[in-house]
Design a protein around this ligand. Sequence first.
Ligand code: SF4
Ligand code: SF4
Ligand code: SF4
Length: 261
Amino acid sequence: MSETVSLHGKRPRVIIIGLASCFGCQLQITNMEPHLLELLDQIDLVHWQLASSDPLPEAFDIAVVEGAVTTKEALETLRKVRRRASAVITIGACAATAGIPGMASRDFDDQVESVYGAEVPVAAGSLVRPMAVSAVIPVDWEVRCCPIDPADFMMALQRFLTGSNRLAPTATLCGECKRNERGCFYGRGQLCLGLVTRSGCGARCPNLGRPCNGCAGVSPDANVAAARVLAEEAGVPAQRFDVALQLFNATNEDVCPSGAR
Ligand code: SF4
Ligand code: SF4
Ligand code: SF4
């Protein structure tokens, strides 16, 4: 499946915007220093929220969106972006799964009150329960993780510049981890969310000696029930497994059901 944006021989006009986020994934783009100029040579960067407070331009081809949806204003922005862009790429866990902002979806009203009191300041916008970008508009490609790997962002852009038939990975992380031959945390009775987390990062954290905390989100191929049983058998209480899952999957009803909140 090729997904190039029709450009009529011109460089694609790209915008980069941030919703509720720490802007860390946008910063990761600036960290591509050795390749940044090459990248800017291939695109026409018409708006970057990190560097400009100008309103969105009227016309662009590719929209890069960081952050979760937490306000009605963000909902409107996203719908506008989707109407104008041929391709929407999200960057980071906040955008893909609602990420850390998504944790506020649990006991949302109580959490808003505990932060703002009885009256939410105007500057905070009209708050809504946090959502992933794909819960609001169709997304063409998601660059996952917290923060993103800049190389993954480059590949995502190339996908729309030159086309690609590579599909997004869906398997769980353990396959990638096994290939690194670093052993498994469960063998030491330690919690690791790689059992149910989407592959694609190369099992970066276990390879560095740290358990996966699930920042790529739960894999569609994951068997969460079986993983909980395995965790228990390895001496990790299933409840700890469930709590850990909330960090990046709080808005995923299949994994973190509201009834369990
Ligand atoms: S995914 Fe992580 S690094 Fe990226 S914006 Fe969200 S919190 Fe920041
Ligand atoms: S350490 Fe984590 S990612 Fe690696 S095999 Fe074990 S559960 Fe899977
Ligand atoms: S190993 Fe897990 S926590 Fe680390 S980057 Fe990959 S998905 Fe994220």
